[in-house]
Write a protein of this length. Structure first.
Length: 560
């Protein structure tokens, strides 16, 4: 059996007399001698039938495999896990979400190492599958790329477009008595009209944009909506492209350099993207062995204008961005703003600058502003530090929620459920600073998103008057004055564990400070008497994660 060029790894499994047993088993599932003589390409598919984000990925997986075969390779498809944030939000099941990112990366790595693939395509959909997939290709550092399944179409309700964000906020309005059962049900039925990931610049679309800007996804492929006919076309092209990468032996770490990851950070700032991107980019950087810190996000955001008018803070959704000119138009704007580091190579073999130069802008589009007329002159993310967050926390400021300084009394809750109950009972007051703790990477465990709470606060009419901080995460759909990823977390004895009801907390965004007006001696005394609560899980994957996970300020990655 003669191997073709590019078959540099899989021959150890398929070639020579000693490998006859392996070939025999592979022939049992349909691979013949010709197929086994070609480069073997793993296709990691995150398909599940639980929720819309990944539901259509079986179809796209077939198109990717068609492209691989047409370009001279042999695809071998396998699955990994996925947890839908939108479905599990506000429940104990949400604790599994961030844990799944590590399991996704680990499982892809294991299958790829075990089968000695020559190349790898990772097909992703919802929030944690995207960074998990990128982390895996960075670890493996074999020719590989990531394709995003695409965004859901917006729903239509009462004459305007809606997304899942509207449903979460409607829950708060319903609890406040301003929405009827019938209207809530009608919105629930209309908001998600078919397959695809959540439509605003929430976590999935934020990370899909990041993947194109860091070069690990082909430019413009991710932006194609989930059910658009063009998605099948770009999936097939992705299959062809992986063979180019294999032949050239172009590897992920050659692409995901520090400059490339800084381009990704700039894309988050320019689109008002999800705070989760901070967590995920830190984790990706670690896997790619690139030195990126939480402070780099603030530095880059200060230099990057907010250009895309996208939900949750703006007017438009991902399908609107696609029609306006897509990610390539955004890259072009960043290039015009002299923020884009244009010389970085991408999986297409072209530089990100060359990709940006090919942008085509739809006449009259309003989604992406000109550099001369940005929404704001600086980007949508800032990092705060102070005596409540010595290692930092993340605030999204793309929503234009009013005064950038807030001072108010703490209302302390030791779980998301306790806070949500208070919102439903109307127990919060304008000016309050809501503190939700023991929801961090270790304390949760799993660092749940607080969308159920934050959306309920907005729905109750308190979005502009109540601030919130947590050692947990926020959904990309969250809006309002909200600080997440407070580090160190409460379960590690961080200062947030010592806050008491009535303590005065100050958000000062201009000074980049989050502090509690309690002197250092008093805080130290409180912490001396603090005891960590017992872990929620004593066995299984959650207990293992709790023991291994690190700080949110370093990406909440697991370490041996």
């Amino acid at each position: 059996m003669t191997a073709t060029p590019g078959k540099t790894r899989s021959g150890a499994i398929t070639d020579g007399p000693s490998r006859a047993p392996a070939r025999s088993m592979l022939k049992a599932v349909g691979f013949d001698d010709e197929a086994l003589g070609r480069p073997i390409i793993g296709v990691a598919n995150t398909w599940i039938e639980i929720g819309p984000c990944n539901f259509h990925l079986r179809r796209l997986g077939e198109r990717i495999k068609d492209g691989i075969r047409a370009a001279g390779g042999t695809p071998m498809e396998f699955n990994t896990v996925s947890i839908s944030d939108g479905i599990t939000m506000g429940s104990d099941g949400m604790r599994a979400s961030l844990v799944s990112r590590e399991v996704i990366a680990d499982s892809i790595e294991l299958v790829a190492r075990g089968n000695l693939f020559d190349g790898l395509v990772v097909l992703v959909g919802c929030d944690k599958t995207i960074p998990g997939g990128v982390m895996a290709v960075a670890r493996l550092d074999i020719p590989g790329l990531v394709l995003y399944g695409g965004s859901i179409a917006p729903g239509r309700w009462e004459g305007h477009d809606v997304t899942i964000q509207d449903v979460f906020e409607a829950v708060g309005a319903h609890a406040a008595g301003t929405m009827t059962d019938a209207r809530l049900k009608a919105l629930e039925d209309a908001a998600c009209p078919g397959p695809g990931a959540c439509g605003g610049q929430f976590t999935a679309n934020t990370m899909a944009t990041v993947c194109e800007l860091i070069g690990i996804s082909p430019m413009s492929h991710n932006a194609v909506p989930a059910m658009d006919d063009e998605k099948d076309v770009v999936a097939r092209e992705t299959g062809r492209l992986i063979m180019d990468l294999v032949q050239a032996d172009r590897r992920p770490r050659q692409i995901m350099t520090r400059a490339a990851l800084e381009n990704g950070i700039a894309s988050v700032a320019a689109t008002g993207g999800s705070t989760n991107a901070v967590l995920h980019l830190l984790a990706i950087a670690r896997e790619a062995e690139v030195d990126i810190s939480i402070d780099d996000f603030d530095r880059i955001s200060r230099a990057t204008p907010l250009l895309a008018d996208l939900k949750p803070g703006g007017r438009f959704v991902a399908t609107d961005l696609y029609r306006a000119g897509g990610t390539r138009l955004l890259a072009h704007r960043l290039q015009e703003a002299r923020v884009l580091q244009s010389d970085e190579i991408t999986v297409t073999g072209r530089t990100i600058g060359e990709e940006a130069q090919a942008a085509a802008e739809a006449p009259g589009q309003e989604v992406v502003r000109s550099v001369s007329e940005p929404i704001t002159p600086t980007g949508g993310l800032i990092i705060l530090k102070g005596n409540l967050a010595p290692d930092g926390c993340v605030v999204k400021v793309a929503g234009g929620y009013g005064d950038r300084r807030h001072r108010g009394p703490a209302r302390v809750f030791d779980s998301e459920e306790a806070c949500f109950e208070a919102v439903e009972k109307g127990a919060l007051r304008p000016g309050d600073v809501v503190v939700i703790r023991y929801e961090g990477p270790r304390g949760g465990p799993g660092m749940r998103e607080m969308l159920a709470v934050t959306a309920a606060i907005v729905g109750a009419g308190l979005g502009d008057s109540v601030a919130l901080l947590t050692d947990g995460r926020f959904s990309g759909a969250t809006r309002g004055l909200m600080a997440g990823h407070v580090a160190p977390e409460a379960a590690r004895g961080g200062p947030i564990a010592a806050v008491r009801d009535g303590d005065i907390i100050v958000f000062d965004l201009q000074a980049r400070e989050l502090r509690v007006e309690v002197d250092d001696a008093e805080m130290a005394e409180r912490l001396r008497g603090w005891q960590a609560p017992p872990p929620r899980y004593a066995t299984g994957v959650m207990a293992k994660y709790c023991r291994l996970v690190g700080s949110a300020a370093e990406g909440a990655v697991t370490t041996a």
